[in-house]
Each structure stands twice: as structure tokens, then as C-alpha cells.
Design a protein around this ligand. Sequence first.
Ligand code: SAM
Ligand code: SF4
Length: 330
Amino acid sequence: MNLVDQFQRRISYLRLSVTDRCDLRCAYCMPEQQQFLPRKDVLSLEELHRLALGFISRGVTKLRLTGGEPLVRRDMIELVRALGRKLGDGLDELTLTTNGTRLAEFAEDLREAGVRRINVSLDTLDRAGFARLARRDCLPQVLQGIAAAREAGLAVKLNTVALKGINQDEIPALLEWAHGQGIDLTLIEVMPLGEVEADRFDHYLPLTEVRAELERRYTLSASPHRTGGPARYADVAETGGRIGFITPLTSNFCEGCNRVRATATGQLHPCLGGIEQVDLRAALRSPDPDAALTAALDEAMRIKPERHHFRIDAAGAAPALARHMSMTGG
Ligand code: SAM
Ligand code: SF4
């Protein structure tokens, strides 16, 4: 039976985190001294595979592998290959979100396994700025990775978290760089997820402000383009490209939610912004995993909340949730 929540939203999209580990330490995402999970707590390749198949059998047609950084997991390509075999057999799309540092190594393998589109996160084109924000000097690697992905025939979309006083002034440069190569760019508002050193309030940049600023330079017209997610798009006349806006803070989009997220330890989070969770690892490790997984997914549909309640409106406030994005899978 398909997954439908109590608000009659059909859940067809799973974002599955394959690791909480990462080779970068983006300042808005995690602290420099992030404590990663003991490996024994993380689902094995077989468990991740079984979990994904369980979702596909309940009508999930789109699967995004994420993390942490998915490409730092050693057996990641094996998982992609195994899941790629479900394409055309229940699964319509297999994709991933990556920071791009290891794409040059894996782009061909991803394409061969059936991946066609990927999202790459890139917040700045300035090497020193990247090294400061990601706390690792990896911009050249990321740019090589993006080039390699395109050479391998993967469609690339860029995601950029808009940050006041950090990359705010660079957004036009990123837009022109991306559009100059036929790459779409989507901007994201920073969300209050997990403790980091800085106060996110200091760097929170409402996209209403960014859009108004862009409209002073470019002609933006609303685009009907949709990718099945919360992004709303505009065509940019001067560049011929498309810009997306993901606005969890300034404009709630929960009504059309079609997704759930699972962590690398098998905790299912029906809402990115909620504390609700269901333990799929316990289901997978139970004597009758198929029945337990069915019951767990039914429970997730029962408790999926109507909407998130993110706010960033006061300096010094605690994050909305203790969980980092790298844990839940962005
Ligand atoms: N490491 C991969 C990457 O960076 O693409 C995948 C995981 S990362 C958690 C997924 C996305 O979440 C990235 O685009 C990142 O910029 C974004 N992200 C992380 N923390 C965030 C936060 N607090 N608010 C908004 N976006 C965040
Ligand atoms: Fe790593 Fe992605 Fe978080 Fe950056 S945003 S620290 S690349 S998980």
C-alpha cells in the first residue's frame, strides 16, 4: 500500500543519509569538532539496501542519497549500483546530494549505475572564502568534480545557502558562473538545525531580500518549472538560466510535502523540522523485518506533522532542533 499521511499527502520521495561523516565542516552545518557516530550504529550496506527496497515497495519512486557526505562512505558505489537495478522497476529516479570533493573519482561510476542528475552544494567561488566557510581548502577539487560530472553526462544543479555577511555579495557571481555553463542555481535559507559555533541569527539572510537585490540587476520572471520539491523558480532574462528559491523561513511550503528522511542509523524523520522519529533499524533487526518495516512506515505516516515551525528571529536563541542537517540528510 502506498504511503499517505493523515493530511492526504502521498509520500513518494525518500532522502536517505548513508553516513553522518563528512570531509568538510561547513560552519552553518556542523561544528569544527563534530562528534561522528560509532560505525556500529550506522546501517550496513545490506540494511540500507533493504530499507530502500521497503520504501520502493510502498510507492517511493524517487530516492536521494545524502549525508554527511555520501561519497566518503566506502561502499557507496556498491549501494548505488544495487539501487540502480531498481530503476524502471519501481524507482523513477536515483540521485544524490554531494559537496563535490570526490566527484571526479566517482562521476563515471554514478552515471554507469543509472544516476542522471545530481545536486552539488557550493556556497562560494572564492578559494579563501570557501576554506573559511567549509574549514577545508577544497574549492579546486569541487570545481574539478563538477566538471567531471558534466563530462560524464550527469546533469548538475547547484545549491547555495545564502548567508548574510559571508556570501551575500557573491550571489550574482555564482549565478553568472552557473548560468554561463547551463547549470541551474538554487538558493536556500539557513535553517536552525543543531548547535554550531556561530549564531545563525547573525548570518540568516531572508531570500525575499536576496530576490529584491537580484531584481535590481536582472529581469526575473516566475517560472512554472518544478522539480517536485519546495523550490520555486524564476527565469533570468539576462543569463537565460533559472534560479530557484527554497524558503523554509520566509514562506512555508509544507502543504505539498512529498518526502521523508532516514538517517544513516535508520531513524526515520517524517519532517526535517520536527522531533518525530521512527526506529527503522530496530525494525530491520527484528525477527520479522518485513512486517516490522511495514508497521514502522505506517506509524511514520500517522505521526508526520502538518508543518515545520522553524524560526530565526532572535539572537542567541537555541536551534529549533538539536539534530544537525548532516545527521538528518539535507
Ligand atoms: N554533504 C553534502 C552536501 O553538502 O551537499 C550532503 C549533505 S548536506 C547536509 C545537504 C545540504 O544541506 C547542503 O546543500 C548544505 O548546504 C545544506 N545545509 C546544511 N546545513 C544547513 C542548514 N543549517 N540550513 C540550511 N541548509 C543546510
Ligand atoms: Fe559536510 Fe554537506 Fe554539512 Fe558541508 S553541508 S559540512 S559538506 S554535510
